[in-house]
Each structure stands twice: as C-alpha cells, then as structure tokens.
Design a protein around this ligand. Structure first.
Ligand SMILES: Nc1ncnc2c1ncn2[C@@H]1O[C@H](COP(=O)(O)OP(=O)(O)OP(=O)(O)O)[C@@H](O)[C@H]1O
Length: 308
C-alpha cells in the first residue's frame, strides 16, 4: 500500500471530524496542532462547522489568526497529549470559545510529527467531572476520595447557586475530625446535634439540603473521613503562623489554611463574594475551582505572599 501523505491524512480526518460535528448537532471542532496546516483548505472543507485552533507554537497561532480563526494559545511545557488537550479545552471554556456543556470534536496528533492523526468526540460536562476526580485523587491524603468528592461537589454547588438568590460562603474540614474539633469551638448552636447517624451522613441528599441552608450561618462544618457530620457552626482557631495566602483572602480562608497546616484534615472553603472553591492541604491552596457558566473550571494556583 502506498504511504498516505500527511496532507491527505489531514483532509480525510477533517472530513470525519466534520461528519462527527454534524452528527453531534453542530459541534465545534478543536484542532490541537504543532505545525500549521493549509488552513484555507481546512476552512474550505469544514464550511460552516466552527474551527478552533489550539497550539503552544507561535507559528501555528499566527497562521490561524491570519485567516481569522479563534486561537487558544497554550503554554509550552512538556506534558502528555491528553493533558495538553484537557488544557486546551479548559482554556477554550475560559475564553468563552466553548461552553462547559458542549460536545467538541477534537483533532490532534498522537504519533505523527506533522498534521493530525487522531479524532475524539468529547462531552465537556463528563470530561470536566472526570478532571475533578483526577485532581482530587492526586492529593496524598487519608481522606477517601468519595468523601472529599461529596464535600467538594457540595461546596461548588453552594458557590454556584447560593441560597434563594443570595450569595453564600461556606467552610468544611474533612478528615482528622477529632483534632479539628479540639482546635475549634461552638460559634453558633450545632443544628445537627442529636440527629441519628443516617441524618448526619453527607451522602444523604436531605443532609446536603440542610448543609446548604446552614451554610448561611457563621462557622465551619466538621466532617469525618467516613462522611459523618461531627459539628456545624464551629469557629476554627488553629494558629496561623508561617502561612502564605493570596492577597484579598480574609478570615475564612486563613482559618482554613491554618487548620489544614496543623491537622491532617483537608479544608474546603467557598468564598461568599466570588463563589470560588479552594481546597487546602498542609497550609496551602492545592486546588482552586472557579465557578463558570453551567460548570466548573479547575484552574492553576497562584500563591502570593500576604499583604501587610
Ligand atoms: N476562624 C473561623 N472559623 C470558622 N468560620 C470563620 C472563621 N473566620 C471567619 N469565618 C467565617 O467566614 C465568614 C467570612 O469572613 P471573611 O469575609 O473575613 O472571610 P473571607 O476569607 O474574606 O471569605 P469570603 O470570600 O467568603 O468573604 C465569617 O462570617 C465567618 O462565618
């Protein structure tokens, strides 16, 4: 069999991408490229199907901009194709080129130096939720992923929805609950006191609804590794020495950082003003989730020294 030229291979994959985009109800095509292709031929073939170009190479970015294609400019750093593709999708959502509920047809190269050799149809909603699990799994903690995931999902919902149109903040300590309880005191009456175990498990949807309601009150929720609520309305008072936090973060976030430093708990804070969820471990923000329209965006961490 004669070898297929890279240009022919690109065009046959592009035809398949167009077909997949139409089958998905007019999905956009995102091409992750290292070398500029013949963009005129590409747009000609794709016709009305929207094409977004992602690349860490200025030569590709410039060639795409020259024909007025939207560009996602990636950082050049050694990473797998899959990570690069995830990054491109997240950046495209952040730049409003994609919405987090979209299906996207992705074209990229796994093996070939030039052009594209692979096609994936990605549901962003599924992909984003898998990313959340993956990032949480990376945390080296004894708190089971399931419990962490439930708390983080709840925190994201609180930050995203608020309560009856009002913005709501919240604070959760997960794991190492005995030490967290010892380093905190009751700030307001604990609404969960006296409830049965079943009615204090955060996987119970009724408990989740109560948490959303109670989050409006002051203080923190203390959750055990098994997802059992041990306290609500707690004022956390771990010492805040030797901590570094981003500018603009107030008492809630300092309390979270401090408690995560002196215990093995993971702290999850929802900012009332922005809805941003921050996950703290060992005194540092290890994950930050920005609320974006209809979904989440995991973003990189920027740590700045505290202002005087
Ligand atoms: N040590 C603490 N323990 C538990 N909750 C706290 C603590 N300190 C503050 N909070 C809670 O955080 C709320 C907001 O405080 P503050 O505005 O200073 O925090 P912040 O970090 O700026 O958070 P936000 O972005 O939500 O405003 C307080 O009303 C209180 O409910």
């Amino acid at each position: 069999m004669p070898p297929v030229s890279s240009q022919d291979r690109d065009l046959s994959l592009l035809t398949a991408a167009k077909r997949a985009a139409l089958d998905a109800g007019g999905a956009p095509v995102l091409a992750l490229l290292d070398v500029p292709p013949d963009f005129a031929a590409w747009t000609d073939l794709l016709k009305r199907t929207r094409l977004i170009v992602a690349s860490d190479r200025p030569v590709v970015q410039n060639a795409a901009r020259a024909v007025e294609l939207p560009v996602v400019a990636l950082q050049h750093e050694p990473q797998t194709r899959q990570t690069q593709l995830s990054q491109a999708l997240l950046e495209a959502i952040a730049d409003d080129l994609l919405a987090s509920g979209d299906t996207v047809v992705c074209l990229y190269s796994l093996f070939e130096k030039h052009g594209v050799d692979s096609l994936s149809v990605v549901s962003l909603a599924d992909h984003l939720s898998r990313l959340t699990s993956r990032d949480l799994r990376r945390l080296d903690t004894q708190v089971p992923l399931e419990t962490l995931r439930q708390v983080v999902d709840l925190a994201v919902e609180i930050g995203h929805e608020g309560r009856e149109g009002k913005k709501v903040g919240a604070l959760f300590a997960v794991g190492d609950h005995e030490r967290v309880m010892a380093l905190s005191h009751e700030q307001v009456h604990d609404p969960f006191r006296g409830y049965s175990r079943k009615d204090r498990l955060i996987r119970n949807p009724r408990v989740q609804e109560s948490i959303k309601e109670i989050a409006q009150m002051d203080g923190a929720f203390v959750v055990g590794s098994d997802g059992l609520m041990h306290g609500a309305g707690r004022n956390l008072n771990a010492p805040a020495e030797g901590l570094t936090l981003s500018k603009g973060l107030g008492a809630r976030h300092w309390a979270a950082a401090a408690m995560s430093k002196v215990t093995d708990a993971i702290l999850v804070a929802v900012s009332e003003s922005t809805g941003t969820v921050r996950v703290f471990q060992n005194g540092r923000v290890v994950l930050r989730i920005e609320p974006v329209e209809r979904g989440l965006r995991w973003s990189e961490l920027h740590t700045e020294p505290p202002s005087d």
